[in-house]
Design a protein around this ligand. Sequence first.
Ligand SMILES: [Zn+2]
Length: 169
Amino acid sequence: MTQTVNRVESKKVLYELSNGGCLKIDKNALRIMNGYKQSEKKDVEAGGIIMGRFIKNSKNIIIDKITEPAKDDKRSRYSFKRISLQHQLTLEEEWTNSFGTCNYLGEWHTHPEDYPTPSSIDLKDWKRKLKTDIFSSRYLYFIIAGITEVEIWEGDRRNLEIKQLKKIK
Ligand SMILES: [Zn+2]
């Protein structure tokens, strides 16, 4: 048990942003996502909102809060649809409690594959979010937690381009 936790915690969770800064996924957020890993045949997809902070006087971002699936979300082996209002409520609560420093940064979900890649439905969803969501910054981030790796993509709302972020070794 202890060994599993150590292995998860020692994983690289730093990614290179296109602006030269770096993005970090906080241990707690990572631990929650890893808890929903689809390592068994019966496991269905999970997902939620990712939230975090822009670090002052730097180009760095830290993802430190995520929401978890709620009971009215639609979950199956190969899809996750965020339906529950709970995600939005949590976001508003975090935003208020942090005096506006904890922001909406994007979405996460799991995939039943070791090294996750977005499906065509994911890409369509992400582009729709970039076009229609109201958020303050230029980019949104999309995490897919696979069984072995957690990968993250950066979406640019100016040109709707979606780029996978490189892990910093
Ligand atoms: Zn997906």
